[in-house]
Design a protein around this ligand. Sequence first.
Ligand code: AMP
Length: 487
Amino acid sequence: MSFSDLGLSDKVQQAVAAAGYTKPTPIQEQAIPHALQRRDVLGIAQTGTGKTAAFTLPMLTLLESGRARARMPRTLILEPTRELAAQVEDSFIKYGANHKLNVALIIGGVSFGDQDAKLTRGVDVLIATPGRLLDHFERGKLLLTGIEVLVIDEADRMLDMGFIPDIERICRMVPFTRQTLFFSATMPPEIQRLVDTFLHNPVKLEVARASSTASTITQRLVASGREQHDKREVLRNLIRGAVDLKNAIIFCNRKRDVAVVHRSLERHGFSVVALHGDMDQRSRTQALERFRSNDVQLLVASDVAARGLDIPDVSHVFNFDVPHHPEDYVHRIGRTGRAGRAGHTAMIVTSADAKALAAIESMTGQPIAWEGDPLDPNAEDEEPRRGGRGRDRRSRDGRGRDSGATGGKERGRRHEGESPKAADSPPRPHHSKPTTEKPASGRYERGDGRRGRHDDDGPSFVGFGDHVPAFVLQEVRLPKKATVADD
Ligand code: AMP
């Protein structure tokens, strides 16, 4: 099948040819004809499958008739992160080169003023993260009653990040008659419920997981001590010993570890940038650009920040931590070995990671080989040095409670436990003074001191969790008088 068989307009087909695509990918082949017939589409597909073009191309064709009105966007695309939103904007610019459409990006971390001005001019395609979109709505700057097509992209990542209540709210604000194109890599029950509630008789399409068993990727495990400094040393050795290392992404589970590993690699003379959710938008864009243009060789990133980023041709992926969710492993290693190229991945494993590793191997259906000596299984039962002088004493595996291998079900529970009010919280209050420098969306923006939605900080824990703070363990010297009295 070729692009000319799908019913796309001439302008769109020209742009596709200019992009150098000769053949639609399976998700494009399946989704585009239905989308053009204004059917609702449920696409179970992850990044790397060409799913962005699967919704962008038919939207461009449909948008050729009609025009935008002030403050009433015609189509709305919801993305979980600012980077993904920016990437979708790039796609509209690329594929919409022959169209005169107004595209607006509504994301956190940039000023409201420019975004307002764009909305006022009238927008054909509005690409937004949920929190910032609701901020504009609550400020009375936006009407969603003209939306003809709603795209919800990376829905399972929206779930991970606590955006589902916002998505539900937005779905209720757009016209009932709109067309919905919905994409998710996995279908946990919460996502299925969303689909059942908000999609009308959708066409369900599923494409194979892009990278679960990509034979072009060499996967290895590397044993390490549990301490963070042990792991950093192992990482340095891995990078130095890697064959044909062109560039690499290093994944950490938590934002703070991204920052620590980045600083440490910098100190050791590596060419490296970091990408995590707490960085301001400019730094994130700059870091990504430097990595994309090969100005730096290494990118240290969290899952949330890196999810879905289109960075072609990465030769190596290093997992500094074993991911909490096995599907994150698949996403991480899918950053390399793209389009049939050779890719290499190595994951640092400590004795605390046995369960998480087993979950990954059971999900991918293949054991992963060890590089060097495998982990000593006897070390698995070793108790942490509670209150000892180790550098990372937060918990058994350094991640706080409830860590380890968790499937979709466990993730859902963790989420509920983490933010019990999230699901039934009232609409967010109007921000009298917008906090323009706060992260994209979510509770970070509330300014109420509660934990943000970006979950790459690992699960939350009650009180101190398993971590015994150093000050509690410090010997207390009582004043002389008291000591005498006690005696
Ligand atoms: P996505 O899954 O949307 O993130 O797309 C992954 C990559 O595939 C992007 O770099 C796209 O530019 C590229 N791509 C999308 N469609 C095609 C196609 N039909 N042929 C070749 N590459 C494509």
